[in-house]
Every structure is written in C-alpha cells, then in structure tokens.
Design a protein around this ligand. Sequence first.
Ligand code: MG
Length: 237
Amino acid sequence: MSTHAQPRDPVYWDVHDTTRTRPPVVDPGPAPAAPQPAPDDATVLFDGDDLGGWEHPDGSSPEWVVRDGYFQVEPGTGAIQTTEGFGDVQLHIEWMSPPSIEGDGQGRGNSGVFLMGTYEVQVLDSYENPTYADGQAAAIYGQYPPLANAMRPPGEWQVYDIIFRRPHFDDDGTVVKPAVLTVYHNGVLVQDHVELTGPTGHYERPPYEAHAAQLPLRLQDHSNPVRFRNVWVRELE
Ligand code: MG
C-alpha cells in the first residue's frame, strides 16, 4: 500500500500503530515576533500576566510558573483547567517545547490540549523526534495523525488554531453526533474536520460517555516544562 493510500479512519488501525506512516514535514516559516492580539469578541484565557481563570482539577490554585508573558508546566503538580466550561469553540493557543532537548519520543516536550477535559490535541516536540504517528504533535491522540508535521524547532513558539464541535447525546446517553476537530498548526491544516471515536486515551479508544454541554479546557502535565502563551477562545453557536 502506498503511503497516500493509507486510510485516515482510526477504525483501520490499532491505537499507536507503528506501521502508520508519519506525515510529511512542512516548514511553516518563522514564528511571529510577538503574539497577535485576540479578536475583540474572544474570551482571553491568558494574556501574559496571571493564571486567574485556571485551577487544578481539585479546585486548588495553579502551581504552574508564570514568567515573561508565558506560563509553564510545573512538572509533578498535575494538569490545570479553566474555571469556566466551554462547548463549541474556536481556540487559539501558542506553546513552546523546552529550548534544551531532553528525552525522546513521547518523553520530549509532551503536554496536551484537552477540549472539554476529554479530547486531546497532542502537544509534543515533534521536530526531528519520531514517535507513533497518532501521538505526534497535532495528532488527535491515538486516533488521527496530523496531515503534516509543521513543527518549528524546540525553543520557538508553535501556534495551534483549533475548531472544536462538541459531541451530542440523546436522553439515554447515546452519542448522536460525535465530536469534530479541525486544527491548524503554525497555519498549516493538520486536522480537517475529523470525527472522534470517543475520548482520547493511551493505548485505548474508550467509547463516548454522555457529559455536560460545557466543560473546562484542560492542559496536561506530562512531566515536561512546556510553555504556553496567548490563549483565547471564541464560543461558537
Ligand atoms: Mg500529551
């Protein structure tokens, strides 16, 4: 089978199947010198100063570091999430894997953007750092490899623009409309309106479980000091 003939549908593949072809590398060009301002109807979740709209899932104040206009995973303190819940959103988030390379594969610059705390767009230093295709940067973790590897080198800012449509459930809790994701990585289309099989997982694809229409946006502590800045959402109808 030629690489182009490989099906995208996760149903054809085992989770983290290493025979899935990794996508082509695309140089997205240099990072913008400064973060672009948010649109005026956006809810700004981090403007460079403090983590006021964030908490650990147990409700405690974030122990992640805020410095020089960004915040950074404090390894071992756990995930953080927004105090507010969201459903359908356009999300802008910028991230940087640690400038000095440590570890490899899934152990290098790993974090994650969890829509509704449940559906992960992978954050990983995938610059010349091979791993299973459905776990590299901008993968829908364990389900969809990105269409391209649009990484800038570690120590440079990466930009995700994400369009997320939440799943819908009937009164019995059966999914009637799956979650759908579109993702741009540094301006390059990497997920084109893909339907999720359910929550993302490590070596598993759990089935949908009915949940609220709005849930917090969560960022993962995967023990690597990944930085974030310029985080905003626009809530969609
Ligand atoms: Mg991750």
